[in-house]
Design a protein around this ligand. Structure first.
Ligand code: ARG
Length: 457
């Protein structure tokens, strides 16, 4: 009996635990049971095993399920261990379960079956995070705040416009995960080792029983490919990168007193009694490392593998579980931190004009009155220099700078009132109503559209 030989072969040797994936395979325990059951049902439907034989095997599988992963006998992996348990329970007839398949197509099917579930959770988490961001945005279309480039004050914007920027990025992250899902959702079962089988199997039927959307055609590709892991890990790494930026922004805002994190998302210091630290978001930021490790681990493991099955593949699988767990958890935590944070409007408005961030808006006003933009830029650069030397940004400051640059006095181009309006962060933002701009009305329209998009996802 070749099974006995295999089991005996596995039972000894110094490399035994190195060879075995049984512990890690706990992740696909339920998946393997589902795959075994579907396969056995199909074998019976195709008269490859009798109904009685199928029933015997299915009963043994029920016992395996009750005894759980921890109750399995030793084995090189979960597939071998479950088969051993079935044979131990019902005798050699249990060995019919492995007719017309191999562990190669079996494990690939189990990974896909389980990963669908994990991908669905990851997608859910992105939806929750987008919902949290849209709620913040809806509440704060008029809350002005400083906008930064190079971490320097750049132009005033609103909390809503900032939140929507991440919602948009996360919407693409959701789409990438859906895209990966569609290609994960294909059944390799029945490919056997890599070269098909002599038995009259029905691969479509097994796919249907396991809820797969379709069957992977070429048997060698079906059992060997792990590209679906790579693209899932890439989508997760992209998502983690989005989240790391979001986390970093909130960390910077919190540092400036522009956002207050809820206590649930803060942490204390073991030595410094006064400290309340934004640790959760630092961990979200750090998760980009986990995600990148997963993607790189997969790419490096898979690079240059020849057709068809190679045992390296066993070490590829844990990378995806680590990535999806870390990134999904980080996404959920980011959603919670965003949903519970407080945006102090007075502080935000007071800071919105810092560093003469209204200067571009004033330059735009001058340019709209006929002064070439480059000349207007020069005027405001001079005014900004003066502001840095102690003056606050004001009409007088701009007029004085204009005198040095323009032939005509500033008043021939624009009124004092118009300049003062442009210098006010609230009006400055309201004037930027181009498509995708931060003006409250523009963002309100954007919110209507993207809320529908979120509901569709
Ligand atoms: N445990 C293996 C894996 O995770 C599947 C078993 C295939 N083993 C083999 N010797 N062909 O990839």
């Amino acid at each position: 009996d070749s099974d006995v030989v295999r089991r005996e072969r596995f039972s000894g040797g110094p490399a035994r635990s190195f060879l075995s994936s049984l512990d890690a395979d706990v992740r696909i325990f339920q998946a393997d049971l589902a795959v075994d059951r579907a396969h056995v049902v199909m074998l019976a439907e195709q008269d490859i095993v009798t109904d009685t034989e199928a029933a015997t095997i299915l009963q043994a599988l029920d016992v395996v399920e009750v005894e759980e992963h921890a109750g399995l006998p030793e084995g090189e992996d979960i597939h071998a261990a479950i088969e051993t348990s079935v044979i131990d329970q019902v005798g050699p007839v249990g060995g019919k379960m492995h007719t017309a398949r191999s562990r190669n197509d079996e494990v690939a099917t189990c990974i896909r079956y389980r990963l669908r579930e994990d991908l669905a959770d990851a997608i859910e988490a992105t939806l929750a995070c987008r919902e949290a961001l849209l709620e913040v945005a809806t509440e704060h279309t008029e809350t002005v705040m400083p906008g930064y480039t190079h971490l320097q004050p750049a132009q005033p914007t609103t909390v809503a416009h900032w939140a929507c920027s991440y919602q948009q990025a996360l919407a693409r992250d959701t789409a990438r995960l859906f895209d990966a899902y569609a290609r994960v959702d294909q059944s390799p079962l029945g490919a056997a080792a890599f070269a098909g089988t002599t038995f009259d199997i029905d691969r479509e039927r097994v796919a249907e029983l396991l809820g797969f959307d379709g069957v992977l055609d070429n048997a060698t590709d079906a059992s060997a490919t792990r590209d679906f892991l790579v693209e899932t890990a890439a989508a997760l790494a992209t998502l983690a990168t989005t989240l790391s930026g979001l986390a970093e922004d909130v960390l910077v805002f919190a540092n400036k007193g522009l956002v207050d994190l809820a206590d649930d998302y803060s942490s204390t210091s073991s030595i410094m009694p006064q400290k309340v630290n934004p640790d959760t978001l630092e961990l979200v930021r750090g998760t980009a490392g986990d995600a990148s490790a997963g993607l790189n681990g997969l790419l490096t493991t898979l690079k240059g593998l020849p057709r068809a099955y190679n045992r390296d593949l066993q070490r590829a699988t844990p990378h995806i579980w680590a990535s999806v767990d870390a990134v999904t958890e980080a996404t959920a935590v980011a959603a919670g931190a965003v949903a519970t944070a407080d945006w102090p409007e007075a502080e935000l408005e007071a800071a919105a004009g810092e560093g003469f961030s209204t200067a571009t808006g004033v330059a735009d006003l001058l340019a709209a009155s006929g002064i070439p933009f480059r000349t207007a830029h020069e005027v405001l650069a001079l005014a900004a220099e003066a502001a840095e030397e102690g003056g606050t940004p004001s009409f007088d400051l701009v007029a004085a700078a204009a005198e040095e640059v323009l032939d005509e006095p500033l008043s021939t181009y624009v009124s004092e009132a118009a300049v003062k309006t442009a210098l006010d962060p609230v009006s400055n933002v309201a004037a930027r109503d181009s498509l995708g701009g931060p003006a409250p009305e523009t963002v309100a329209e954007h919110l209507d559209t993207v809320s529908e998009g979120l509901a569709d996802d």
